[in-house]
Write a protein that binds this ligand. Structure first.
Ligand code: 15L
Length: 271
């Protein structure tokens, strides 16, 4: 595949991990962020631009082979902030790709698109059994992201892979994350698979490691070629000792979105 991958939100938490891991898997990167990167790597192209500036994203995407869109607000905020950064930003990423003839876009969706979905009682939850059920304005923006991706795939024949990411952190820090953790290495593996899968069309897959306590079905992600290597269970003893065992009746463990479903995540608490 010729041309670099345009990575939006490149300076963020996941962007920084991908900038470390994707080049080792053969991907050249053009890294876009609204703030200058402090650690540009050899061979990496840097673009300083706001992802909601369509003209700037159009310039940035010229000659790219694919777009990985991570830019945006990564948690709950006010409606004006979320709708601008996350919904307008996703539109710009997809529309710029379309106009430039870039045929593959990988979108960083989230489990919070389906946050009010009850966790399955014992089995594994498939993506098709978790339609939109956002837990926050942030979750709504991820529903809009998946809807925009679906539109661009159906209308323009683009390959659009939406990753419903669990908890992408260096290591799990809560007992919920014993189920939802997506390790740094698996973040790289998942995006690599989404970029490489032959003709995925429109796909929505959970983004989670091979956690012993996982309640998401990884069949669709594995079908793309994702082979998770990590399991949060190695952190279980310490986390359960520190925070107690998860109570299945607690909304934090009963619902997919965890703490995002609680009243403290009402948008009025954010500014
Ligand atoms: C997300 O989508 C957020 O970006 C992240 O900060 C975490 O809250 C994560 O979900 C999660 O559910 O743990």
């Amino acid at each position: 595949m010729s041309g670099p991958v345009l990575l939006t939100g490149a300076g963020g938490r996941i962007g920084t991990v991908l900038r470390g891991g994707l080049p080792e898997r053969g991907w050249a990167l053009r890294s876009l962020d609204v703030a200058p990167l402090t650690d540009v790597r050899p061979g990496e192209e840097e673009v300083v631009a706001d992802v909601t500036d369509l003209a700037a994203v159009l310039d940035a995407v010229a000659g790219a082979s694919a777009v990985v869109h991570l830019a945006g607000v990564s948690g709950e905020s006010t409606w004006p902030v979320i709708s601008h950064a996350n919904i307008e930003g996703t539109y710009c990423a997809l529309e710029a790709a379309r106009r430039a003839g870039v045929e593959r876009v990988v979108l960083a969706s989230s489990n919070h698109a389906t946050g009010y979905t009850p966790r399955p009682d014992g089995g594994l939850l498939r993506e098709v059994d978790a339609p939109p059920r956002p837990d926050t304005y942030y979750g709504v923006s991820k529903v809009a992201m998946e809807a925009l991706g679906s539109l661009y795939a159906d209308r323009y024949g683009m390959d659009v892979v939406c990753l419903r990411i669990g908890s992408a952190f260096p290591e799990p820090t809560t007992v919920r994350m014993l189920a939802t953790w997506l390790s740094p290495g698996d973040q790289v593996g998942l995006v690599d698979a989404a970029l490489r899968a032959p003709s995925p069309g429109f796909a929505v897959v959970w983004g989670v490691s091979a956690n012993t306590r996982n309640w998401w079905d990884l069949t669709a992600a594995r079908a793309l070629g994702y082979e998770p290597a990590d399991d949060a269970e190695v952190f279980a003893e310490a986390l359960v000792e520190a925070h107690g065992a998860p109570d299945p009746a607690d909304p934090v463990h009963r619902l997919v979105g965890g703490q995002y479903t609680l009243p403290e995540f009402d948008a009025e608490h954010f500014s």
